[in-house]
Write a protein that binds this ligand. Structure first.
Ligand SMILES: Nc1ncnc2c1ncn2[C@@H]1O[C@H](COP(=O)(O)OP(=O)(O)OP(=O)(O)O)[C@@H](O)[C@H]1O
Ligand SMILES: [Mg+2]
Length: 373
Protein backbone atom coordinates (compact mmCIF):
# COMPACT_ATOMS: atom_id res chain seq x y z
CA UNK A 1 0.00 0.00 0.00
CA UNK A 2 1.40 3.33 -1.09
CA UNK A 3 0.24 6.89 -1.58
CA UNK A 4 1.38 8.00 -5.02
CA UNK A 5 -0.19 11.44 -5.06
CA UNK A 6 -1.76 13.72 -2.48
CA UNK A 7 -3.90 16.77 -3.27
CA UNK A 8 -5.12 19.23 -0.68
CA UNK A 9 -7.45 22.23 -0.98
CA UNK A 10 -8.21 24.62 1.89
CA UNK A 11 -7.12 22.16 4.53
CA UNK A 12 -6.22 24.18 7.65
CA UNK A 13 -3.57 26.62 6.44
CA UNK A 14 -2.89 24.79 3.16
CA UNK A 15 -4.59 26.56 0.28
CA UNK A 16 -3.45 24.21 -2.47
CA UNK A 17 -1.05 21.31 -2.47
CA UNK A 18 -0.34 18.71 -5.12
CA UNK A 19 2.50 16.37 -4.32
CA UNK A 20 3.72 13.04 -5.69
CA UNK A 21 5.71 10.41 -3.85
CA UNK A 22 8.24 8.06 -5.43
CA UNK A 23 10.02 6.61 -2.45
CA UNK A 24 9.00 4.58 0.55
CA UNK A 25 10.44 7.07 3.01
CA UNK A 26 9.57 10.75 2.79
CA UNK A 27 11.01 13.23 5.26
CA UNK A 28 9.55 16.72 5.71
CA UNK A 29 11.66 19.35 7.40
CA UNK A 30 10.19 22.63 8.59
CA UNK A 31 10.00 25.16 11.37
CA UNK A 32 7.24 25.26 13.99
CA UNK A 33 3.76 26.10 12.73
CA UNK A 34 4.71 25.75 9.05
CA UNK A 35 2.41 22.80 8.33
CA UNK A 36 4.15 19.55 9.26
CA UNK A 37 1.50 18.06 11.53
CA UNK A 38 -1.22 19.31 9.20
CA UNK A 39 0.26 17.37 6.28
CA UNK A 40 0.19 14.10 8.27
CA UNK A 41 -3.24 14.98 9.62
CA UNK A 42 -4.56 15.11 6.04
CA UNK A 43 -3.28 11.58 5.35
CA UNK A 44 -4.69 10.35 8.67
CA UNK A 45 -8.04 11.92 7.78
CA UNK A 46 -8.12 10.06 4.45
CA UNK A 47 -7.65 6.73 6.23
CA UNK A 48 -9.71 7.14 9.39
CA UNK A 49 -12.16 9.82 8.16
CA UNK A 50 -11.40 11.81 11.31
CA UNK A 51 -8.57 14.00 12.45
CA UNK A 52 -6.26 12.68 15.15
CA UNK A 53 -6.29 16.13 16.74
CA UNK A 54 -9.90 17.23 16.82
CA UNK A 55 -13.45 15.87 16.81
CA UNK A 56 -14.61 19.01 15.03
CA UNK A 57 -14.40 18.40 11.29
CA UNK A 58 -15.06 22.05 10.57
CA UNK A 59 -11.85 23.07 12.31
CA UNK A 60 -10.09 21.50 9.32
CA UNK A 61 -11.56 24.00 6.86
CA UNK A 62 -9.21 26.86 6.10
CA UNK A 63 -10.29 30.05 7.85
CA UNK A 64 -12.80 32.03 5.75
CA UNK A 65 -13.26 29.21 3.20
CA UNK A 66 -16.43 27.21 2.52
CA UNK A 67 -15.01 23.74 2.20
CA UNK A 68 -11.93 21.60 2.56
CA UNK A 69 -10.87 18.71 0.34
CA UNK A 70 -8.22 16.02 0.59
CA UNK A 71 -7.65 13.52 -2.22
CA UNK A 72 -5.13 10.79 -2.84
CA UNK A 73 -4.18 8.28 -5.43
CA UNK A 74 -3.15 5.01 -3.86
CA UNK A 75 -1.45 1.93 -5.17
CA UNK A 76 -2.72 -1.28 -3.60
CA UNK A 77 -1.04 -4.36 -5.07
CA UNK A 78 -1.33 -3.60 -8.79
CA UNK A 79 -4.46 -1.50 -8.72
CA UNK A 80 -4.87 2.23 -8.30
CA UNK A 81 -7.49 3.75 -6.04
CA UNK A 82 -8.71 7.29 -5.72
CA UNK A 83 -10.01 8.61 -2.42
CA UNK A 84 -11.63 11.95 -1.64
CA UNK A 85 -12.89 13.57 1.54
CA UNK A 86 -14.79 16.83 1.35
CA UNK A 87 -15.77 18.75 4.47
CA UNK A 88 -18.19 21.64 4.28
CA UNK A 89 -21.04 23.21 6.24
CA UNK A 90 -23.26 20.44 4.86
CA UNK A 91 -21.10 17.81 6.56
CA UNK A 92 -18.59 15.25 5.34
CA UNK A 93 -18.54 13.40 2.02
CA UNK A 94 -16.31 10.40 1.36
CA UNK A 95 -15.66 8.91 -2.07
CA UNK A 96 -13.85 5.86 -3.38
CA UNK A 97 -13.04 6.00 -7.10
CA UNK A 98 -15.47 8.93 -7.46
CA UNK A 99 -18.35 6.95 -5.93
CA UNK A 100 -19.78 8.44 -2.75
CA UNK A 101 -20.03 6.11 0.25
CA UNK A 102 -23.02 6.94 2.40
CA UNK A 103 -21.81 4.94 5.38
CA UNK A 104 -18.43 5.67 6.94
CA UNK A 105 -18.10 1.94 7.64
CA UNK A 106 -18.05 1.38 3.85
CA UNK A 107 -15.18 3.79 3.52
CA UNK A 108 -12.80 3.15 6.41
CA UNK A 109 -10.32 0.35 5.93
CA UNK A 110 -9.44 0.99 2.28
CA UNK A 111 -6.07 1.95 3.59
CA UNK A 112 -4.70 1.93 7.08
CA UNK A 113 -2.36 4.21 8.96
CA UNK A 114 -0.34 4.09 12.13
CA UNK A 115 0.39 7.55 13.44
CA UNK A 116 3.21 8.15 15.92
CA UNK A 117 2.82 11.49 17.67
CA UNK A 118 3.99 12.99 20.96
CA UNK A 119 0.44 12.52 22.29
CA UNK A 120 0.85 8.71 22.14
CA UNK A 121 2.13 8.80 25.70
CA UNK A 122 -1.41 9.68 26.76
CA UNK A 123 -2.53 6.15 25.84
CA UNK A 124 -0.40 4.98 28.74
CA UNK A 125 -0.39 7.99 31.05
CA UNK A 126 -3.69 9.69 30.32
CA UNK A 127 -7.32 9.21 31.23
CA UNK A 128 -9.29 6.06 30.27
CA UNK A 129 -10.99 7.97 27.41
CA UNK A 130 -7.61 8.03 25.64
CA UNK A 131 -7.42 4.24 25.84
CA UNK A 132 -11.01 3.74 24.69
CA UNK A 133 -10.35 6.07 21.76
CA UNK A 134 -7.27 3.98 20.94
CA UNK A 135 -9.40 0.81 20.98
CA UNK A 136 -12.12 2.32 18.82
CA UNK A 137 -9.81 3.81 16.20
CA UNK A 138 -7.56 0.78 15.87
CA UNK A 139 -10.26 -1.89 15.89
CA UNK A 140 -12.46 0.33 13.72
CA UNK A 141 -9.86 0.69 11.03
CA UNK A 142 -9.68 -3.06 10.48
CA UNK A 143 -13.30 -3.97 11.18
CA UNK A 144 -16.27 -2.17 9.64
CA UNK A 145 -18.67 -4.29 11.71
CA UNK A 146 -17.06 -2.85 14.86
CA UNK A 147 -17.83 0.68 13.64
CA UNK A 148 -21.41 -0.40 13.00
CA UNK A 149 -21.85 -1.81 16.52
CA UNK A 150 -20.19 1.20 18.10
CA UNK A 151 -22.36 3.69 16.22
CA UNK A 152 -25.51 1.78 17.20
CA UNK A 153 -24.39 1.41 20.81
CA UNK A 154 -23.67 5.13 21.20
CA UNK A 155 -27.02 6.05 19.67
CA UNK A 156 -28.87 3.69 22.04
CA UNK A 157 -26.89 4.82 25.06
CA UNK A 158 -27.82 8.42 24.34
CA UNK A 159 -31.50 7.48 23.96
CA UNK A 160 -31.48 5.43 27.14
CA UNK A 161 -29.79 8.18 29.14
CA UNK A 162 -32.24 10.76 27.84
CA UNK A 163 -35.10 8.53 28.93
CA UNK A 164 -33.59 7.94 32.38
CA UNK A 165 -33.07 11.66 32.81
CA UNK A 166 -36.68 12.54 32.12
CA UNK A 167 -38.00 9.93 34.59
CA UNK A 168 -38.13 12.68 37.20
CA UNK A 169 -41.14 14.17 35.44
CA UNK A 170 -43.07 10.96 34.65
CA UNK A 171 -45.06 8.99 37.18
CA UNK A 172 -44.97 5.56 35.57
CA UNK A 173 -41.90 3.94 34.14
CA UNK A 174 -42.36 2.42 30.71
CA UNK A 175 -40.51 -0.85 31.32
CA UNK A 176 -41.33 -2.21 27.88
CA UNK A 177 -39.49 0.74 26.31
CA UNK A 178 -36.58 0.43 28.73
CA UNK A 179 -36.39 -3.31 27.97
CA UNK A 180 -36.23 -2.67 24.22
CA UNK A 181 -33.44 -0.15 24.55
CA UNK A 182 -31.56 -2.31 27.01
CA UNK A 183 -31.84 -5.44 24.92
CA UNK A 184 -30.35 -3.70 21.89
CA UNK A 185 -27.69 -2.02 24.00
CA UNK A 186 -26.72 -5.41 25.41
CA UNK A 187 -26.52 -6.90 21.91
CA UNK A 188 -24.14 -4.27 20.58
CA UNK A 189 -22.23 -4.06 23.89
CA UNK A 190 -21.60 -7.82 23.73
CA UNK A 191 -20.22 -7.68 20.18
CA UNK A 192 -17.97 -4.70 20.97
CA UNK A 193 -16.63 -6.38 24.10
CA UNK A 194 -15.83 -9.58 22.19
CA UNK A 195 -13.94 -7.58 19.56
CA UNK A 196 -12.02 -5.69 22.23
CA UNK A 197 -11.06 -8.94 23.96
CA UNK A 198 -9.74 -10.42 20.70
CA UNK A 199 -7.90 -7.24 19.78
CA UNK A 200 -6.07 -6.95 23.10
CA UNK A 201 -5.22 -10.65 23.04
CA UNK A 202 -3.58 -10.42 19.61
CA UNK A 203 -1.98 -7.04 20.22
CA UNK A 204 -0.35 -8.37 23.39
CA UNK A 205 1.47 -11.06 21.42
CA UNK A 206 3.07 -8.49 19.10
CA UNK A 207 3.64 -5.76 21.69
CA UNK A 208 5.24 -8.12 24.20
CA UNK A 209 7.92 -9.15 21.74
CA UNK A 210 8.71 -5.61 20.65
CA UNK A 211 8.72 -4.41 24.24
CA UNK A 212 11.29 -7.05 25.17
CA UNK A 213 13.60 -5.88 22.39
CA UNK A 214 13.29 -2.19 23.25
CA UNK A 215 13.87 -2.84 26.95
CA UNK A 216 16.88 -5.02 26.21
CA UNK A 217 15.06 -8.13 27.49
CA UNK A 218 14.86 -6.66 30.97
CA UNK A 219 11.14 -6.04 31.05
CA UNK A 220 7.98 -7.93 30.34
CA UNK A 221 4.76 -6.28 29.15
CA UNK A 222 1.26 -7.59 29.80
CA UNK A 223 -1.85 -5.85 28.50
CA UNK A 224 -5.13 -6.42 30.30
CA UNK A 225 -8.51 -5.43 28.98
CA UNK A 226 -10.73 -4.25 31.82
CA UNK A 227 -14.26 -4.86 30.61
CA UNK A 228 -16.79 -2.95 32.68
CA UNK A 229 -19.14 -5.95 32.49
CA UNK A 230 -16.62 -8.00 34.50
CA UNK A 231 -18.10 -11.22 33.17
CA UNK A 232 -16.38 -14.56 32.90
CA UNK A 233 -18.38 -15.43 29.82
CA UNK A 234 -19.33 -12.55 27.60
CA UNK A 235 -22.53 -13.42 25.80
CA UNK A 236 -25.77 -11.60 25.15
CA UNK A 237 -27.75 -13.38 27.88
CA UNK A 238 -25.23 -12.54 30.60
CA UNK A 239 -24.82 -8.95 29.50
CA UNK A 240 -28.58 -8.38 29.23
CA UNK A 241 -29.14 -9.87 32.68
CA UNK A 242 -26.47 -7.59 34.09
CA UNK A 243 -28.22 -4.50 32.73
CA UNK A 244 -31.56 -5.72 34.06
CA UNK A 245 -30.07 -6.29 37.50
CA UNK A 246 -28.92 -2.68 37.37
CA UNK A 247 -32.29 -1.12 36.51
CA UNK A 248 -32.93 0.30 39.99
CA UNK A 249 -29.46 1.83 40.25
CA UNK A 250 -29.75 3.35 36.76
CA UNK A 251 -33.17 4.78 37.62
CA UNK A 252 -31.85 6.23 40.90
CA UNK A 253 -28.81 7.81 39.27
CA UNK A 254 -30.73 8.64 36.04
CA UNK A 255 -27.86 7.42 33.89
CA UNK A 256 -26.68 4.11 32.40
CA UNK A 257 -23.85 3.04 34.62
CA UNK A 258 -22.77 -0.17 32.98
CA UNK A 259 -21.18 -0.62 29.63
CA UNK A 260 -18.34 -0.31 27.21
CA UNK A 261 -18.22 3.46 27.79
CA UNK A 262 -16.53 2.59 31.08
CA UNK A 263 -13.96 0.08 29.78
CA UNK A 264 -10.24 0.53 30.27
CA UNK A 265 -6.90 -1.10 29.48
CA UNK A 266 -4.12 -1.78 31.96
CA UNK A 267 -0.46 -2.03 31.00
CA UNK A 268 1.64 -4.11 33.36
CA UNK A 269 5.44 -4.02 33.15
CA UNK A 270 7.19 -6.62 35.29
CA UNK A 271 3.97 -6.91 37.25
CA UNK A 272 3.63 -3.16 37.90
CA UNK A 273 0.88 -0.95 36.53
CA UNK A 274 2.98 1.28 34.33
CA UNK A 275 0.30 4.00 33.96
CA UNK A 276 0.37 4.76 37.68
CA UNK A 277 3.79 3.60 38.80
CA UNK A 278 6.03 3.39 35.73
CA UNK A 279 8.97 5.70 35.11
CA UNK A 280 8.84 8.13 32.20
CA UNK A 281 11.11 5.80 30.19
CA UNK A 282 8.95 2.75 30.94
CA UNK A 283 5.84 4.63 29.88
CA UNK A 284 7.50 5.75 26.66
CA UNK A 285 8.70 2.20 25.89
CA UNK A 286 5.20 0.86 26.48
CA UNK A 287 3.56 3.47 24.25
CA UNK A 288 6.10 2.83 21.50
CA UNK A 289 5.74 -0.96 21.71
CA UNK A 290 1.95 -0.70 21.42
CA UNK A 291 2.10 1.61 18.43
CA UNK A 292 4.79 -0.46 16.71
CA UNK A 293 2.85 -3.65 17.24
CA UNK A 294 0.02 -2.17 15.17
CA UNK A 295 2.17 -2.34 12.03
CA UNK A 296 2.40 -6.12 12.02
CA UNK A 297 -1.07 -6.48 13.48
CA UNK A 298 -2.62 -4.54 10.59
CA UNK A 299 -0.51 -6.45 8.05
CA UNK A 300 -1.74 -9.73 9.51
CA UNK A 301 -5.38 -8.67 9.60
CA UNK A 302 -5.63 -6.89 6.23
CA UNK A 303 -2.75 -8.51 4.29
CA UNK A 304 -1.37 -5.02 3.60
CA UNK A 305 1.10 -2.92 5.51
CA UNK A 306 -0.31 0.32 6.86
CA UNK A 307 1.19 3.69 6.03
CA UNK A 308 3.28 4.98 8.90
CA UNK A 309 3.17 8.62 9.95
CA UNK A 310 5.89 9.85 12.30
CA UNK A 311 5.08 13.32 13.57
CA UNK A 312 8.12 14.87 15.16
CA UNK A 313 8.90 11.76 17.16
CA UNK A 314 11.99 10.26 15.58
CA UNK A 315 14.58 12.69 16.93
CA UNK A 316 13.05 12.25 20.39
CA UNK A 317 13.85 8.54 20.40
CA UNK A 318 17.14 7.18 21.66
CA UNK A 319 19.25 4.89 19.50
CA UNK A 320 17.64 1.60 20.60
CA UNK A 321 14.11 2.90 20.15
CA UNK A 322 14.89 4.47 16.77
CA UNK A 323 16.55 1.26 15.56
CA UNK A 324 13.58 -0.80 16.71
CA UNK A 325 11.18 1.49 14.91
CA UNK A 326 13.17 1.48 11.69
CA UNK A 327 13.37 -2.28 11.93
CA UNK A 328 9.59 -2.52 11.91
CA UNK A 329 9.32 -0.21 8.92
CA UNK A 330 12.18 -1.82 6.98
CA UNK A 331 11.80 -1.26 3.25
CA UNK A 332 8.23 -2.43 3.10
CA UNK A 333 6.23 0.32 4.74
CA UNK A 334 5.63 3.70 3.18
CA UNK A 335 6.57 6.23 5.81
CA UNK A 336 6.09 9.97 6.21
CA UNK A 337 8.37 11.63 8.72
CA UNK A 338 8.24 15.22 9.94
CA UNK A 339 10.95 16.99 11.86
CA UNK A 340 12.21 20.46 12.70
CA UNK A 341 15.76 19.24 12.58
CA UNK A 342 17.12 16.39 10.55
CA UNK A 343 20.25 15.93 12.64
CA UNK A 344 18.46 13.65 15.13
CA UNK A 345 17.48 11.13 12.46
CA UNK A 346 19.66 8.13 11.70
CA UNK A 347 21.64 8.46 8.48
CA UNK A 348 20.56 5.08 7.03
CA UNK A 349 16.98 6.34 6.93
CA UNK A 350 17.93 9.70 5.42
CA UNK A 351 19.95 7.96 2.70
CA UNK A 352 16.97 6.10 1.32
CA UNK A 353 14.50 8.96 1.71
CA UNK A 354 13.16 11.77 -0.41
CA UNK A 355 13.61 15.03 1.48
CA UNK A 356 11.10 17.86 1.39
CA UNK A 357 11.11 21.33 2.86
CA UNK A 358 7.93 22.71 4.40
CA UNK A 359 7.80 26.50 4.44
CA UNK A 360 4.66 28.41 5.39
CA UNK A 361 2.36 25.63 4.18
CA UNK A 362 4.22 25.15 0.89
CA UNK A 363 6.28 22.06 0.15
CA UNK A 364 9.46 21.91 -1.96
CA UNK A 365 11.42 18.81 -2.83
CA UNK A 366 15.08 19.02 -1.85
CA UNK A 367 16.63 17.73 -5.07
CA UNK A 368 19.87 15.81 -4.68
CA UNK A 369 20.48 16.99 -1.14
CA UNK A 370 21.00 14.45 1.55
CA UNK A 371 22.56 16.55 4.23
CA UNK A 372 19.56 18.24 5.79
CA UNK A 373 18.99 21.90 6.42
N1 LIG B 1 -8.51 25.96 10.02
C1 LIG B 1 -7.34 26.60 9.91
N2 LIG B 1 -7.19 27.59 8.98
C2 LIG B 1 -6.02 28.23 8.85
N3 LIG B 1 -4.93 27.99 9.62
C3 LIG B 1 -5.03 27.03 10.55
C4 LIG B 1 -6.23 26.28 10.75
N4 LIG B 1 -6.02 25.40 11.74
C5 LIG B 1 -4.75 25.58 12.16
N5 LIG B 1 -4.15 26.57 11.46
C6 LIG B 1 -2.76 27.05 11.62
O1 LIG B 1 -1.85 26.00 11.40
C7 LIG B 1 -0.69 26.20 12.20
C8 LIG B 1 -0.19 24.89 12.78
O2 LIG B 1 0.25 24.05 11.77
P1 LIG B 1 0.95 22.66 12.11
O3 LIG B 1 0.40 22.09 13.36
O4 LIG B 1 0.86 21.83 10.88
O5 LIG B 1 2.44 23.12 12.35
P2 LIG B 1 3.75 22.23 12.60
O6 LIG B 1 4.68 22.49 11.45
O7 LIG B 1 3.40 20.84 12.86
O8 LIG B 1 4.36 22.93 13.89
P3 LIG B 1 5.15 22.28 15.16
O9 LIG B 1 6.55 22.07 14.70
O10 LIG B 1 5.06 23.36 16.18
O11 LIG B 1 4.45 21.05 15.56
C9 LIG B 1 -1.09 27.13 13.33
O12 LIG B 1 -0.24 28.24 13.34
C10 LIG B 1 -2.52 27.52 13.04
O13 LIG B 1 -2.70 28.90 13.14
MG1 LIG C 1 3.53 19.66 14.61
Amino acid sequence: MEIKQLKITNFRNYEQLDISFDKKVNIFIGHNAHGKTTLLESIYLLAISKSHKTYKDKALIRFKEAYSKVSAELKKDDTFLKLDIIISNQGKKVLINDVEKRKISEYIGVFNVVMFAPEDLEIVKGEPTNRRRFLDIEIGQISSIYIYHLTQYNKLLKQRNEYLKQLQQVKKIDYAYLDTLTEQLAQHGTEITKKRIDFIKTLTIYAKKLHQHISNFEEDLMIQYLSNYRLKHVNFENVFRLYKDHYQKDIEKRVTQLGIQRDDIRFMVNGIDVSDFGSQGQQRTTALAIKLSLIDFIKEETKHYPIVLLDDVLSELDDIRQTQLLDCIKDKVQTFVTTTNISGIKSDLIEKADLFCIKKFHIYKKEGEQDGE
